[in-house]
Every structure is written in structure tokens, then in C-alpha cells.
Ligand binder design. Structure first.
Ligand code: ADP
Ligand code: MG
Length: 253
């Protein structure tokens, strides 16, 4: 991906080729500014690649995909709509059957521990609760793929742990394909089937690929006692660290 900017072209990603299996939980790690959000937006069909292409089950993507749910770092909820109302906005935009979608919205809110918060407005919810609402909104149409761009980036550590468990449970039940962008090596290892590390920009490329074969479901406390967890965590961290230092030396991150 090459962006046209005022002071010349910005080469964001270069020669990044990723194949994702159906139902796979794939995480992308990389220093800030390397092109992770760019990658996610290309995968969603929201922006075009300058070269190369995205295909889903062999079909080339040329416009924004409707078969995905997207969760951004900022939950972007409408302040004048309740939790339920914000989720139903997606259902309305997609012209889903109202009764069916509302039942699903209640179920989703229940599955992330938000029973009883359906009629609260965003300013009555904590940051973690708002992000949980945005996850429910992304899932209202049962998308076969969920794209998440640092969804827990703005939250404190304990809230993040809780949300990571919610995501694991949702994925265990629905087994949708997940593309998860994060800054956190332990979140990536805990949740994923595979972790990909991108290099520092400009022209970020893939510098490491790590299958994670730890048995599921994974327990957030127990996994931290496992040798296999620490080994893969250490390897990923080692390759990520080199890239973070490069990005830092270039004044980014
Ligand atoms: P990340 O999500 O890994 O932090 P981004 O995908 O947001 O990285 O950005 C990758 C690179 O592309 C950065 O150098 C960023 O400044 C640049 N970039 C992102 N969006 C645009 C844009 N719309 N126009 C020009 N440059 C952009
Ligand atoms: Mg980003």
C-alpha cells in the first residue's frame, strides 16, 4: 500500500502476503505506524491496495465487505442511543429482521456480562462496557469474519483481561474467522492459532510467523504457568522488540 501524502508517497506495506484459514484466530503484531490498521482496512475492503489483491474464498474484494464485523480501538457509539439502540443501528443499516436482531442483541449483551445494561446510554457505561457494546454491534449479523484493530488499546489491564476472556468465549462458541490486531504479545499468544509480526515501517513486511498450538480453552492464569506459553512469548517478543526499537529510532512509536 502506497499512500499519496502532501510531502510525497508513503509506502505503508510492502509485499505482505497473508493467507487465513476459515475459523482461524490470527493476530498481527507490529510497531506503531507500521501499517497494521492499513492492513485491516484493506482486508475489510475499506481502502484499496496499491498492488496485489484481497480475495475471500477465491472471490476478489473490490468494495467494502458486508460479511465482516469490525471493532476499532475507539468504540464510537452514538451518545443519544442506548446500548441496545447502538447495536440495533447495525441491524437497521443491514435491514435485518427487527425481532430476530433484537433477540440476538439481548443474547450478545448477556454473553459479555451486560444483562441489565441494555437501556443504558454510553455515558452511563465504563470504557470496557462501551467496547463490549461495540463488539456486540460487530457481531449482530453473525459475520463469518471478525476484524479487530487494537480493541483493548485504551483500556486498563484488568479490563483487558476480562475482554480477552469474553473474546475467547465468543470465538469458542461461534468459531468465526478472526483477524486481531494488538500491541500485546500475551494477548496475541493467549487468543491465537497463529501470530504474525510485521517489521517497522516504512514498507513494512512480515518478519515472523508463529503457530500457537497450546490446547484450548485456555485459562488466563494457568497459561502463564506453562513453559510452552513462555517460550513462544519470548520468541515473538524478541522479533517484535527489534522492530519496535527501529521504529523508535526513526521517531515513531
Ligand atoms: P499502524 O496501525 O500500524 O499504527 P497505520 O496503518 O495507521 O499503522 O499507518 C501506516 C503508515 O501509513 C504510517 O506511516 C501512517 O502515517 C501512514 N498512513 C496511514 N494512513 C494514511 C493516509 N490516509 N495518508 C497518508 N499516510 C497514511
Ligand atoms: Mg493502527
Amino acid at each position: 500500500k502506497i499512500y499519496a501524502a502532501d510531502d510525497g508517497p508513503v509506502r505503508a506495506l510492502d509485499g505482505v502476503t497473508i493467507g487465513q484459514r476459515k475459523r482461524e484466530f490470527l493476530s498481527i503484531l507490529g510497531p506503531s505506524g507500521c501499517g497494521k490498521s492499513t492492513l485491516l482496512m484493506i482486508a475489510a475492503g475499506l481502502i484499496p491496495a496499491s498492488h496485489g489483491q484481497v480475495a475471500v474464498q477465491g472471490e476478489r474484494i473490490v468494495k467494502p465487505r458486508t460479511d465482516v464485523g469490525i471493532v476499532f480501538q475507539n468504540p464510537v457509539l452514538l451518545e443519544w442511543r442506548t446500548a441496545l439502540g447502538n447495536i440495533m443501528l447495525q441491524a437497521e443499516a443491514r435491514k435485518l429482521d427487527r425481532a430476530v436482531a433484537e433477540k440476538r442483541a439481548y443474547e450478545l449483551l448477556g454473553s459479555v456480562g451486560l444483562n441489565g445494561f441494555e437501556h443504558k446510554y454510553p455515558d452511563q457505561l465504563s470504557g470496557g462496557m462501551r467496547q463490549r457494546v461495540s463488539i456486540c454491534r460487530a457481531l449482530i449479523h453473525n459475520p463469518p469474519q471478525l476484524l479487530m484493530d487494537e480493541p483493548f488499546g485504551a483500556l486498563d489491564a484488568l479490563t483487558r483481561d476480562q475482554l480477552v476472556l469474553d473474546i475467547q468465549r465468543i470465538w469458542n462458541e461461534a468459531r468465526m474467522t478472526v483477524l486481531f490486531i494488538t500491541h500485546s504479545v500475551s494477548e496475541a499468544v493467549f487468543l491465537s492459532d497463529r501470530v504474525i509480526v510485521l517489521s517497522a515501517g516504512p514498507a513494512a513486511r512480515i518478519v515472523g510467523e508463529y503457530p500457537v498450538t497450546l490446547p484450548r480453552p485456555r485459562d488466563i492464569a494457568e497459561i502463564r504457568l506453562e513453559k510452552a506459553f513462555h517460550e513462544i512469548h519470548r520468541d515473538i517478543w524478541a522479533s517484535l522488540r527489534v522492530e519496535v526499537q527501529k521504529a523508535y529510532a526513526m521517531g515513531d512509536g
